[in-house]
Design a protein around this ligand. Structure first.
Ligand SMILES: Nc1ncnc2c1ncn2[C@@H]1O[C@H](COP(=O)(O)OP(=O)(O)OP(=O)(O)O)[C@@H](O)[C@H]1O
Length: 249
């Protein structure tokens, strides 16, 4: 089959995913979406609309029942579990809400970890460059417990970018951070996209966070129902209210 969407970092083609149950839960319904190289996309939508499922299918962590998911020229849906694991290590970076750092390891050792898992030779200059990128070069020998939450998340970002992945996926990356630390992480994301041509796909509930992205996708009931270009937080919040109904808080 020929690809009509060459140039996309990630491309979903009619992706459907359901979870078993009585009745089964239809989490994604025929979702088609291209994420262009060098763009920063936010995914929003009400709770249960399918955001995490979309992220997991796009990142090859989960496999849809129907449709295709491409990472560059690779069809992830055709790969075995083992090949997807190797591909994730080599070509994808992840940042989660809860940092997921190894507490016994230093900052440097945490950032080195993906290279070790890949069997890549450890190049100190690469580690140093990743730590500089997140403004933490002078914290290289500390352990996570000796850092603030914002600094820990910046270590997680350094760990995600050190392999120079084609795509970085982030699931609520600022959810556990105060406003200022959250903004610092988002500024690093922005710079990584603008200066290194990184592609970032991020799930968030927060319109302020989404306002740093180049585009915002809105999911409802397993479908992409709206796409906004880069927009101020107020416009994103208004769109979310239109889709979700007024906020309860
Ligand atoms: N492992 C699972 N087994 C069964 N149902 C699941 C599973 N994971 C998710 N679901 C269901 O699939 C639907 C989509 O879930 P998903 O986690 O993708 O939504 P979400 O938009 O990320 O939600 P939230 O904002 O609350 O994290 C929901 O109805 C959810 O209950």
């Amino acid at each position: 089959m020929s690809r009509s969407n060459a140039g996309a970092a990630v491309w979903l083609e009619s992706v459907s995913k359901s979870y078993p149950g009585k009745p089964p839960v239809q989490a994604l319904r025929e979702v088609s979406q291209a994420f262009r190289v060098g763009t920063f996309t936010a995914i929003m939508g009400p709770s249960g609309s399918g955001k995490s499922t979309l992220l997991q299918c796009a990142a090859g962590l989960d496999r849809p029942q129907r449709g295709r998911v491409w990472l560059g020229d690779t069809d992830l849906t055709r790969l075995s579990e083992q090949k997807r694991t190797i591909l994730r290590r080599q070509r994808i970076g992840f940042v989660f809400q809860q940092f997921n750092l190894m507490s016994a390891l230093t900052v440097t050792q945490n950032v080195e970890l993906p290279l070790r898992l890949n069997g890549t030779a450890i190049d100190d200059r690469l580690i140093d460059a990743a730590l500089r990128q997140v403004g933490l070069a002078e914290f290289a020998h500390r352990r996570p417990a000796e850092l603030s939450g914002g600094q820990q998340q910046r270590v997680a970002v350094a760990r995600a970018v050190v392999t120079q992945p084609e795509v970085m996926f982030a699931d609520e990356p600022t959810g556990a951070l105060d406003l200022r630390s959250g903004r610092e992480v988002l500024e690093i994301f922005r710079a990584t996209v603008d200066e290194s041509g990184q592609t970032i796909i991020m799930v968030t509930h927060d319109p302020q966070v989404a306002s740093h992205a180049d585009a915002v996708l809105f999911l409802a009931d397993g479908r992409i129902v709206r796409t906004l270009p880069a927009s101020p937080a107020e416009a994103i919040a208004a769109e979310l209210t239109r889709i979700t109904g007024p906020a309860v808080r």
